[in-house]
Design a protein around this ligand. Structure first.
Ligand code: F6P
Length: 369
């Protein structure tokens, strides 16, 4: 592919801290190093379907490195390959990806950067198979995109969730309560595991490790016998509740990932109430985890990802995704990155550390803690 002179960028899927910092890096690297023009399409792939955009120059991205969200807007319900057709009640969808191709051609755009999670990067890959030069920047608080050690936004969400665990500790201890904190993460337990560990949570429940209510209660009772009259339970929204399955909040039909999880905190709290001699309260952290300013780590990662993604387009290695591997930013193929979502390895080092310090996962009948 010839060196592009004009590229597009979209921020697709759910927003997260660090998206603006990535946009800033893309625009500055494109203009400063490569003399490339950048057009930002609005609200993820919706902007590419409806030709809504704004030109992005140096001045437009000034002062946004510390701002959460995305100046372009985001959407996690616009898939150009599955656009709902307006026939009420029929639930029919149409492939309108050709509209995206026409939009890009009309603007003379020669490369597309997609800042997105696995749903958006899957769309990017399908666009690539239709001839669009695409490079992905992995972002999601869930940290579940394969091929990269970490996704943009995870560290910021982890920081918020860890602070929540810290804050719950003092009130739980004062009132001798069990406090259940429900965190996001979809089907991956990264936020729950790492915030739970970093905040000193007593029980951590993640989708990768099936639990039993009795196992959780046994751990809390063992703590009580050692004089700990409170417990902090960090639960990932995607866990499977015994006899019930995952707790679904909503189905969003036109989304690439229609199942919205949420509500496990209250289910768990009610189940535990009958099993432990403490009051049980629950808190749902929700979108607070996606809001606010990115951490310094995410600002740095965004800057490295953004510049590397522009370089990948310039070098003509589309169909790739930039990734953090150890200390280095590398290019991995979208196919490899999307072949398997990144989940917590029950036999991995994180889990070994957690088990090593006696964290309760609710999967043992006689926990050590
Ligand atoms: O993928 C990011 C994420 O925040 C998940 O952790 C969560 O399940 C989902 O998005 C929530 O989506 P929405 O903003 O549509 O409620």
């Amino acid at each position: 592919m010839a060196r592009p002179r004009h590229i597009a960028v979209v921020t697709a899927g759910g927003d997260c801290p660090g998206m603006n910092a990535a946009l800033r890096a893309v625009v500055r690297a494109a203009a400063h190093r490569h003399d490339i023009r950048v057009t930002g399409f609005l609200d993820g792939f919706a902007g590419l379907l409806s030709d809504r955009f704004r030109e992005l120059g140096f001045d437009d991205v000034s002062g946004i490195v510390a701002q959460g969200g995305t100046m372009l807007g985001a959407s996690n319900r616009h898939d150009p390959f599955r656009v709902p057709v307006d026939r009420p009640g029929e639930g029919t969808y149409e492939d309108r990806s050709d509209v995206v191709l026409r939009t890009l051609a009309r603007h003379g755009i020669e490369g597309l950067l997609v800042i997105g999670g696995d749903g958006s990067l899957t769309i990017a890959r399908r666009l690539e198979s239709k001839g669009v030069a695409v490079v992905g920047i992995p972002k999601t608080i869930d940290n579940d995109v394969g091929g990269t050690d970490v996704t943009l936004g995870f560290d910021s969400a982890l920081t918020v969730a860890t602070e929540a665990v810290d804050r719950l500790h003092t009130t739980a201890a004062s009132h001798h309560r069990v406090m259940v904190l429900e965190v996001m993460g979809r089907n991956a337990g990264w936020i729950a595991l790492e915030a739970g560990l970093a905040g000193g949570g007593d029980v951590i429940l993640i989708p990768e490790i099936p639990f039993r209510y009795e196992g959780v209660a046994a751990g809390i009772l063992a703590r009580a016998r050692r004089g700990r009259r409170f417990s902090i339970v960090v639960v990932a929204e995607g866990v499977t509740c015994p006899g019930r399955g995952t707790v679904v909040r909503q189905i969003v039909g036109d989304s690439p990932d229609p199942v919205r999880l949420g509500g496990v905190g209250v289910v768990l709290a009610h189940a535990l109430e009958g099993l432990v001699p403490f009051e049980v309260r629950y808190v749902v952290l929700g979108h607070v985890q996606r809001g606010g300013s990115p951490t310094p780590f995410d600002r740095m990662l965004a800057t490295r990802f953004g510049t590397a993604a522009v370089a990948a387009l310039v070098d003509g290695t589309p169909a790739s995704m930039v990734a953090l591997r150890g200390d280095r930013i590398e290019r991995v193929s979208l196919a490899d990155a999307l072949s398997r979502p990144k989940r917590v390895d029950p036999q991995g080092e994180h889990m070994a550390a957690a088990r090593g310090i006696g964290t309760i996962f609710g999967d043992e009948t006689r926990p050590e803690a």
